[in-house]
Design a protein around this ligand. Structure first.
Ligand SMILES: C[S@@+](CC[C@H](N)C(=O)[O-])C[C@H]1O[C@@H](n2cnc3c(N)ncnc32)[C@H](O)[C@@H]1O
Length: 254
């Protein structure tokens, strides 16, 4: 024994270990923190959320994290009632502080009755779940007929695996290292087919990328966020909007 003090490092977790969100709890809200790009995506996601059908209609934010969508939905009492579900208690505590009604739970077993929500949002979560068919079944189940589903996720392509995981993890604004498991990325055709099995028709699908001038302003600290630009290719980050068919309606086959 030399008596030399040891430095303690956080454990190196497996890729996609949900415990990482607790290790990184302080990174959610700073504009230049480890989750910076989630703010850019939350802003783009909010642009796809329709107005509520009536004041206080419930919107479910599946895997809401620290509630980054909340500022973009607004605090209007005539707006949506923002309910956030997540596994992480530390993230939910922060979501509550931003006006989200927090529910601790698993996206694969949503603790809500069928057809509860007029809008369901699932931002940057499907690529973390080990059961895509199960997740789509749950999203479709809790969405009310005529309701809107808003998704963004990462495509199951070689470009996405290399650019968004192995390259972006080393860039400012990229995801924290080891957060993603390349085996879980989501093919948009598979997503569309799985949602159709549960009565959700995908009505819009397009890719997103950060604006280059916006990124340069952000990286040089002249901006707090980066605008996301829609692109045709769904080979990287992409957004999908779906509508739950109403009673008595059916999805076309094929
Ligand atoms: C990349 S973050 C996205 C958070 C938020 N949607 C956003 O865009 O800011 C992924 C979130 O999924 C949550 N998560 C992972 N697996 C989950 C599961 N099975 N059920 C519920 N939440 C889960 C994590 O705790 C984390 O908050």
């Amino acid at each position: 024994m030399t008596g030399r003090p040891r430095t303690t490092k956080p454990p190196r977790r497996a890729r996609n270990d949900p415990g990482q969100y607790d290790d990184l709890a302080a990174e959610w809200w700073p504009s230049h923190g480890g989750f910076a790009a989630l703010h850019w995506l939350a802003r783009a996601r909010a642009g796809l959320v329709p107005p509520p059908p009536h004041p206080g209609a419930p919107l479910l934010d599946v895997a809401c994290g620290a509630g980054l969508l909340a500022p973009h939905l607004g605090a209007d009492p005539a707006g949506w009632r923002h309910i956030g579900l997540d596994l992480s208690a530390t993230a939910l505590g922060q979501a509550r502080a931003h006006g989200v009604a927090p529910v601790r739970g698993n996206a694969l077993r949503l603790p809500f009755a069928d057809a509860t929500f007029s809008c369901v949002v699932a931002g940057e979560v499907l690529e973390h779940l080990p059961d895509l068919p199960g997740a789509c079944a749950e999203l479709g189940r809790v969405l009310a007929p005529g309701g809107t589903l808003v998704i963004d996720t990462l495509a199951d392509t070689l470009m996405c695996r290399i650019a968004l995981i192995h390259v972006a993890e080393r860039l400012p604004g990229g995801p924290p290292p080891r957060l993603h498991d390349p085996a879980l990325l989501v093919d948009p055709r598979v997503l569309t087919a799985e949602l159709a099995l549960h009565g959700v028709r995908v009505t819009a699908l397009h890719g997103l990328r950060p604006s280059i001038p916006g990124y340069l302003r952000w990286v040089t600290r002249r901006a707090r966020w980066v605008p996301m630009v829609p692109v045709r290719s769904t080979g990287g980050v992409y957004q999908a909007v779906g509508v739950k068919v109403g009673h008595g309606q059916s999805l076309p086959h094929g």
